[in-house]
Design a protein around this ligand. Structure first.
Ligand code: FES
Length: 183
């Protein structure tokens, strides 16, 4: 598979490998690949985005979770053609080590990992929840994470991190009071 940047084919692609246009983390990418290739493999192997992990490959563990148009999706079972023309967000799209996004900050602060393999999926799943419901109940958080598997049993810390992410995002969204008192 070959990757080309900026959405323009170089014209040398073999006819049997179509070029697909993807929008990933706000950047336009063109990838030459079989349209049935799982999105996860394209993200990792062609675009060097290793946030999404390969766990079960069957859509059951959640390690490969990305956002597609803001909704959590299991990239191991989605053919790349199904993501073309839609906005794909991976863990890398939320922030980086220098400037992590609020959900990432919450997981770092709570040290909500043991081996850490499941964490990408946990963070992306909580991110999707908070984008559609900024103030979820405890039950909603637990429901949302119910199908993301953690074999280390770090669930207590993961739930703490999810709650902290809710609080952090609320704080960031709150209007800043002008100096000298309330508006
Ligand atoms: Fe995709 Fe397990 S690797 S759900």
């Amino acid at each position: 598979m070959t990757i080309m940047q900026s959405g323009v084919s170089d014209g040398t692609s073999p006819a049997c490998a179509p070029v697909l246009r993807l929008s990933v983390n706000g950047r336009q990418q063109c990838v030459e690949t079989d349209p049935a290739t799982p999105l996860l493999l394209v993200l990792r192997n062609d675009l060097a985005l290793n946030g999404p992990k390969y766990g079960c490959g069957l859509g059951e563990c959640g390690a490969c979770t990305v956002l597609i148009d803001g909704v959590a999706a299991r990239s191991c079972v989605i053919p790349v053609r199904g993501a073309a023309g839609r906005e794909i967000t991976t863990l890398e799209g939320l922030g980086d080590s220098q400037c992590p996004g609020p959900t990432q900050q919450a997981f770092i602060a709570c040290q909500a990992a043991q081996c850490g393999y499941c964490l990408n999926g946990m963070i992306m799943t909580i991110e999707a929840l908070l984008r559609r419901q900024p103030d979820p109940s405890e039950q909603m958080i637990r429901e949302e994470l119910r199908h993301n598997l953690c074999r280390c049993g770090t669930h207590i810390e993961i739930l703490q991190a999810a709650r902290r992410a809710v609080a952090l995002r609320a704080k960031m969204a709150a209007p800043v009071a002008p100096e000298g008192g309330a508006p």
